[in-house]
Design a protein around this ligand. Sequence first.
Ligand code: ADP
Ligand code: MG
Length: 322
Amino acid sequence: MTSEVEKKYRRIEDLPSIGPSTASKLRELGFHTVESLAMATIRELVQAGIGEKRAFEIINAARASSSLSFIRADELIEKRQNILRLTTGSKKLDALLGGGIETQSITEFYGEYGSGKSQIAHQLCVNVQLPIERGGLEGGALYIDTENTFRIERISQMARHVGLDPQETFRNIILAEAYTSDHQMFLLENADKIIKENNIKLIIIDSLTAHFRSEYIGRESLAERQQKLNQHMHKLIRLARAFNAVAFVTNQVMSSPDVFFGDSVRPIGGHIVAHTSHTRIYLRKAGRGLVRIARLVSSPYLPEGECVFKITENGIEDVEED
Ligand code: ADP
Ligand code: MG
């Protein structure tokens, strides 16, 4: 591998041909870091009034600086080795996921209301703060809450259970309430600086699809909705890769009249969400108790499978064996 300049740029102003006014325009568009510029498209920069040729140069310089360029397959193995795994709190669920929820890709949990998606999200906000040897990522969480379901009291219970100080735990969770789908997109587009400054290792969007579903109604708006969702999810992947973070999204289900056998529900978002989420888990209640069933529906390299876990006062836990 030959790379001519192995120069490291710390701030976006340090990149060649970015002056203060271009820098402020880029920030307005959500590019606060060299890492996010490395993953920008030329079109995105042209919107900042930057010429195509200069946009190309800026992106290339940012890429060289963040060592995000062509890699050989053996180096890919090394990059895969950088993938970290975050524990869910249940050993069975971790095993189903191949050892926990991995960084650098999107993991989607979908299921009916009350199936436990937000409970898992809360648990991950706590677990991400744990040391690596306990299944954590020694980082913070960014929680984009679209349904006003984040509960600090729940974090407190879960933190105590794993032996973390609740006050300390709260300090490492950044909350962002999204009022509309556009606002939700805006928050994520401007998240890179917050992620970097707070050592965020977990980005949650709970729920990914609720605003989109309620705002874009009818056939004629479907194409636009899908295009927006696609853009939103690609931004999420780019952030997860740039910062080696877990991207965790939740999604609702709707009943599908075309299914006669098996489960008659399917997740919202159609092909876009299905293909952009790397790992998908379908959650459902098992009767009226605490027990939940998780089904791994799709994964780039793991077999389909199921496991059970429970939601208790303490958080996400394994079901005791008889
Ligand atoms: P979803 O986000 O999938 O709609 P939630 O994650 O909000 O669902 O799950 C809500 C359920 O989690 C409740 O119905 C309850 O069964 C369980 N739950 C919430 N808090 C507690 C708690 N403190 N102790 C035990 N179970 C709880
Ligand atoms: Mg929820």
